[in-house]
Each structure stands twice: as C-alpha cells, then as structure tokens.
Design a protein around this ligand. Structure first.
Ligand code: FAD
Length: 383
C-alpha cells in the first residue's frame, strides 16, 4: 500500500494549479473502493487527488517481484478470509485472480473461508486500485502542519502541498520513528497509542531452485525451543507450480538476519533447509526482504504488546482535527492484514470527505448516495 495525497476543489471555486484549497492525503485504496464511486461520481471535477509516496513504487508492504520470471511476493501474499465479508474479495473476484487455499497457515482466523494465497501475486490488486490516481512517487513526507483551516504537507524533496484535510496512512513504524514532524504535536493520547502498539518483524527469503527435490506438502518446517531452531518454508510448487521455497523468519531472528548481507541471509535459509533435507541442492536465485530496517516500513505489522491498554488501534485511528488516520495499525478487527488496511482507508476517506464537504456546506450532495442505502460508517469515538 502507499500513502496518498489528494487535492480537491469544490464546484465553483478555482483550483490553484495543483495546489488547491482542498487537499487531502488519502489512503490510495479509498478513492477506488466501490462504495465510494457514487460519491466520487457526484463530485467529479470538484476534487483533485494526489497521493504522496516515499518509495519509487506503489504497494508498500505488498511487493510482488518478477525477477525469477514469475511473480513472488516479498510482503503480503495471503487473503486472510476467503469469503464475501472480506472487503477485498469482490475486487479479487472481479479481476479473476486465482487463490490457493492453504490449510496449515498458523495465522489467526479472523474471517471465515480460510487463507487464500495470491497465486499470481498481490500486485494486480494494487495496480487496479492505483489506476487513475495522481501518485507522486519519491515524495517522503517529513512535516505536517495543521491549522484550523487547512493542512500543509512538506516532503523531503522540498515540495509542499496545502490542503483542507489529510489522511495519513504511513506504517506505524514510521510514526514511531518520528520521521514525520507534526505541528502542533499530536495529542498525548495519540502519541501514547503510537508508542504502545507493538511492531514486529517478519521477512521472506525466497529461494528459487532448478528442480523440485522436496515433498509435495504446503509447508516444510522444524519445531524447536528457540526461533533460531525453528524454520518454516512455504512450498510455492504446491501452490503455484514454481520451484520455490519461501523461508519466513520472524521476531529476533528476523532482526538478526537483517544485519546480514543478502547472500549470507540466503545461505542461512539454505542451511535451515538442509536440516530438513540434508541432500538439498543450492538455490539458483534468491530474494531477501528487509521490512524491519526499510525506512519506508520500519516493521512488518503491528501487534498487541503485553501489558498495554485495550483500544489502542481505535485511538490511533481517531482523527485529530483535519488529520485522518488509516493503515493496518488503525484496524480494530483486522490488524496486520491487507484487508484491514483497506477498510480503514475506506473509512478514513469517507470521514474526511464528509468533514470537508460539511465545511463547505455541500453535504447535500451526499443525499442521493444515502438514498441508495450505501453504508457510511459511524464515527464513534470515546475521546
Ligand atoms: C513479510 C510480510 C508478510 C505479510 N503477509 C500478509 C499476508 O499474507 N496477508 C495479509 O493480509 N497481510 C500480510 N502482511 C501485512 C500486510 O502487508 C500489511 O498489513 C498491509 O500491507 C499494510 O498496509 P498499509 O497501507 O497499512 O501500510 P503499507 O502497505 O506499508 O503502506 C504505507 C505506505 O506509506 C509509504 N510511506 C512510508 N513512509 C512515508 C512517508 N514519510 N511519506 C510518504 N509515504 C510514506 C510506504 O512506502 C508505503 O507505500 C504481511 C506483511 C509482511 C511484511
């Protein structure tokens, strides 16, 4: 996923080049969500959307690589919950993307339907969601000033953007590292949520072999007392017919492996594999992710830290004046997932849009949408 800067101008007002009086930073999913379309249709021509993305690619923690000659995901690869309740399911269905349902995945079951591996990679979903958006790659946001009548966003490359409101969808690790300076500071409760939600590291070391020499199972692994002793390999041959095993270290082990060169990391993974299959032949190619030390993520996904209060994800999500927040760490139900990030983006976009239109006295344009019975989430806050 990526961070989005959206600029918009309402009907009869002049848009000042690319910097209008109505600018939002939006989660990129928001604008393309199907439930959003009637709204965007009705104010088409009035809004200008710009997405600010620090990397030179879209997708964030979704990153499909094609250098082996076929797609492999270095970040997310499963749709957790293959069911109609999953907000991403309709899109994936429409795109005709095949899923391979794995049964031995040990991640928490939050939606029914099991876990579907994206056999052709997650990137087609990203590209579809990104279509038509004004995405500014290479724009790392470093400062956000908020005033009663707007937001000024500064990027590392010196460019500035002025907006009525903004949605911030950067990873929690980036917020924790204070890469973005907020003026004035975010409220104490928001800062405490940023500090108290944990961010863990999981990586992928993807080994491409000349031939398949392992058994036809979904996962190969060893269970041991320490994470160093444990290993877990996803067999992409069973799922996608590629001679590939994906080693997935997590926690301290993942952090330690990030200190190694990619070559040493791949050697380490291969050594782990040899513990299971002593006669394994070495890989012909490898890919190594670094989600923990990548300045654009600084972690893989958020988790409940022991001894911390409840309600932190919601506290992180709650808007601060004209700043709205989205991303997996703001999802109360589906933390740490792609569909969790997607639904928080949708919610933040809707909240943000309502706020801005209310300000310009144009809320009545929502009426037809409301009449059609589309669900607009309630903004319920304890704060
Ligand atoms: C190894 C791994 C495996 C995973 N497996 C799964 C899985 O199988 N299924 C699943 O559902 N989830 C999985 N996840 C989690 C899933 O990838 C994330 O929950 C989800 O992609 C997060 O989306 P997001 O929009 O919150 O954040 P991101 O996707 O990280 O998007 C944030 C964006 O902000 C950009 N950014 C960062 N800093 C700045 C800045 N200063 N200015 C501007 N832009 C900035 C980033 O470049 C990025 O594009 C996995 C994650 C990892 C790392």
């Amino acid at each position: 996923m990526a961070t989005v800067l959206q600029a918009a101008a309402s009907t009869n007002r002049e848009v000042d080049a690319h910097i209008s009086h109505f600018v939002q930073i939006l989660h990129r999913f928001d604008v393309l969500d199907a439930s959003f379309l009637p709204v965007s249709g009705s104010i088409q021509g009035q809004t200008k959307v710009v997405l600010l993305e620090s990397r030179d690619r879209v997708g964030g923690r979704i990153h499909t690589d094609y250098s082996f000659g076929f797609p492999v995901d270095l970040g997310a690869s499963w749709l957790h919950g293959v069911c109609n309740e999953n907000p991403l399911a309709p899109l994936i269905g429409r795109l005709g993307l095949p899923l391979y349902r794995t049964c031995e995945d040990n991640s928490e079951e939050l939606l029914p339907g099991g876990h579907g591996l994206m056999v052709r990679g997650y990137l087609p979903v990203m590209h579809t969601l990104a279509k038509g958006l004004d995405i500014r790659l290479g724009h790392r946001v470093t400062k956000i000033d908020r005033r009663f009548n707007g937001v000024k966003v500064t990027a590392e490359n010196g460019k500035t953007f002025v907006a009525d409101a903004a949605i911030i969808a950067v990873p929690l690790g980036v917020l924790k590292a204070n890469i973005i300076k907020f003026e004035p500071k975010l409220p104490e409760r928001k800062e405490a949520a940023v500090a108290d939600i944990g961010v863990g590291v999981e990586n992928k070391i993807i080994l491409h072999f000349k031939n398949v020499f392992w058994p036809n199972v979904e996962f190969l692994g060893v269970v041991a007392d320490t994470s160093y002793g444990c290993s877990n390999f996803l067999n992409l041959h069973k799922a996608a017919d590629h001679p590939v095993l994906v080693y997935m270290p997590a926690g301290r082990l993942a952090k330690d492996i990030e200190k190694m060169s990619d070559e040493a990391a791949a050697d380490f993974a291969f050594t782990q594999l040899k513990k299971i299959l002593p006669d394994a032949s070495p890989p012909i190619q490898y890919l190594v992710s670094h989600w923990g030390k990548d300045i654009n993520s600084l972690g893989s996904y958020s988790y409940d830290a022991v001894g911390k209060p409840h309600g932190l994800y919601e506290r992180l999500r709650v808007p601060v004046d004209n700043l709205f927040f989205a991303g997996e760490a703001t999802s109360v139900l589906y933390t740490g997932t792609v569909h969790g990030a997607f639904s928080t983006g949708t919610m933040a976009a809707e909240d943000c849009r309502m706020r801005v239109l209310e300000r310009y006295g144009e809320l009545d344009i929502f009426q037809p949408v409301l009449d059609e019975g589309s669900a607009i989430p309630l903004l319920i806050s304890r704060f």
